[in-house]
Design a protein around this ligand. Structure first.
Ligand code: 13P
Length: 245
């Protein structure tokens, strides 16, 4: 049982159409009645196509909306298919995920991530900054080294602990159903918290209603970034309930 402030982020990835917005109704109803509602923050990061309708729907709700990525350029320009941070803010996003491993894998560098974070902060978006090692890096015991590099370069010349949430997402745990052992995760989160003081640190990677009982024992965590399970409101609510049970 926890009694601390926790953040629950739903990353819908490339899933969902207008119909999916209905799933939020039950989460909204749940939140209104939840005994620990003052202690929790819920953020939905749907695909870009749903940011506006979702934020309109959640206008009077405590649930916030975020984007899953952004372009580095603050000014509009000829960048086919891209959306910048001021455009995201304009349609209702308050947060943006930056540095997700699914984007790092397609070539996003630490330097580009740094520029994106600066752009997001400039336009008043809060940043969900993802870091994490691959399974090969883990096997070589490079986890701490990789995390230090990703965080140092990603946050170069940035000092904004209030508006950045660091989300530790080991690449090998994303979408695999496998999560780190409690001791290992505790050690890694402690490492990040000691090295990058006063940042909130979340965990992401195969979080579901079954393993949340294990994950909630990591008492230095500030929340969870949830992919697959967040598309199902029952599972998402279950995760939140069990965290406080
Ligand atoms: P899963 O919860 O589907 O493993 O995804 C985690 C993730 O990548 C969240 O950003």
């Amino acid at each position: 049982m926890t009694n601390k402030y926790m953040i629950f982020i739903a990353n819908w990835k490339m899933f969902g159409g207008l119909n999916s917005l209905n799933t939020i109704n039950s989460v909204n109803r749940f939140l209104k009645k939840f005994k620990y509602k003052k202690l929790i923050k819920i953020i939905y990061c749907p695909p870009s196509t749903l940011i506006n309708p979702m934020s309109v729907k959640l206008k009077n709700s405590k649930i916030s909306v975020g984007a899953q990525n952004c372009h580095e350029n603050q000014k509009s320009g000829a960048f086919t298919g891209s959306i910048n941070t001021s455009m995201l803010k304009n349609v209702g996003a308050r947060y943006v995920i930056i540095g997700h491993s699914e984007n790092r894998q397609s070539g996003e560098s630490n330097e580009l991530i740094n520029r994106k974070i600066k752009s997001a902060l400039k336009f008043g978006l809060k940043v969900i900054f993802c870091v994490g090692e691959t399974s090969q890096e883990r096997k070589k015991k490079f986890t701490n080294k990789i995390l230090t590099k990703q965080i140092k370069l990603g946050l170069k010349k940035i000092d904004n602990k209030k508006n950045i949430l660091i989300s530790y997402e080991p690449v090998w745990a994303i979408g695999t159903g496998v999560i780190p052992k409690t001791k290992e995760l505790l050690k890694t989160i402690n490492f990040i918290k000691k090295k990058f003081k006063n940042y909130k640190v979340l965990y992401g990677g195969s979080v579901n209603p079954k393993n949340i009982n294990q994950l909630k024992n990591i008492d230095n965590l500030d929340g969870f970034l949830i992919g697959g399970a967040s598309q199902n409101s029952k599972k998402f609510i279950d995760i939140i309930k069990k965290t406080y049970n």
